[in-house]
Write a protein that binds this ligand. Structure first.
Ligand SMILES: [Zn+2]
Length: 292
């Protein structure tokens, strides 16, 4: 799933290529992905792309004041196409294509654009056409952006204070902090040398300062690595930059201990016992059940 660094990079990628161009049409293939009906998608046709921005993990294509906002969800992706003029008309079906944004042809007759795709059977990719991005419920409820100047250690202290949830879940909660998902919360906690199960409200001031530094540093580094990359290269870059996430069984590159995982119904987390839990493996109920 694309998280803050990848979405930030996609926004920059789209900004470079799409701003100043006219939208020819937006073809929605996966009808269930479109969450709004007024204004209609057809209202985007003929408008000029004036800006591209990111809100948490949402991308926002500003077309002369009308916004096409989308969230790629767990299995969605964006594919830039240099020329869509020969592309086959899209028909609703079972394929991964969810929507196609076609831009007007340039002087050379190339009509570029991009496609939003979603793999798998669980369709969660979401598209909105709104006059104000804040009309999108998931955008309106976003917590502070961790890359904003206002996200200080004090701001984080206010967030964790009195919060009785586990820090891993808190970091992933978009209403608490915007843009961090399953992968970067694993990375942040590894960098902060903190157990994912630690209860937020029990953090000391020093731990909050460490966690703050880990959040900002981890995301900034990932944004820098992803900067300027083509959309198609982002996934590989994200994967190569991760130190614990999805690396179960491999050695931790900080201490050499074996990276372990805890599985849940529909996700898993990875961590290094030596770096994060005093060398003790965390209980994995699924695994202990299998071992009985
Ligand atoms: Zn380690």
């Amino acid at each position: 799933m694309p998280e803050l660094p990848e979405v930030e990079s996609l926004a920059g990628f789209l900004r470079e290529r799409a701003v100043g161009r006219t939208v020819l049409a937006v073809d929605v293939v996966a009808i269930q992905a479109l969450k709004t009906f007024d204004p209609p998608v057809s209202a985007l046709g003929g408008l000029t792309v004036t800006g591209v921005s990111r809100h948490g993990k949402f991308l926002d294509l500003d077309c002369d004041g009308l916004h096409l906002v989308f969230h790629l969800a767990r299995a969605g992706w964006l594919r830039w196409r240099d020329d869509l003029s020969g592309a086959k008309p899209v028909r609703p079906g079972k394929g991964p294509l969810a929507a196609r944004v076609r831009l007007a042809p340039d002087e050379e007759g190339l009509a570029p654009g991009f496609e939003l795709t979603e793999a798998g059977t669980q369709k969660r990719l979401a598209l909105y056409v709104v006059r104000d991005p804040a009309e999108v419920p998931g955008v309106a409820s976003l917590g502070p952006d961790p890359l904003a100047d206002s996200f200080t250690a004090d701001a984080l202290k206010r967030i964790v204070g009195g919060n009785r949830t586990q820090i891993k879940g808190l970091l992933r909660d978009q209403k608490v902090i915007a843009g961090i998902g399953n992968a970067y919360s694993d990375e942040v906690l590894h960098a902060a040398r903190m157990s994912p199960f630690k209860i937020a409200s029990t953090l000391t001031d020093a731990q909050i300062a460490d966690l703050h530094e880990a959040i900002v540093e981890t995301l900034r580094e990932a944004v820098e690595r992803a900067h300027g990359l083509a959309a198609k290269d982002l996934k590989a870059e994200k994967k190569s930059g991760l130190r614990v996430h999805n690396r179960t069984g491999q050695p931790c590159d900080v201490c050499g201990d074996t990276i372990r995982e805890v599985s849940f119904a529909d996700s898993s987390l990875q961590y290094c016992p030596t770096c994060q839990t005093g060398g003790k493996p965390l209980a994995d109920r699924r695994l202990s059940r299998l071992l009985k």
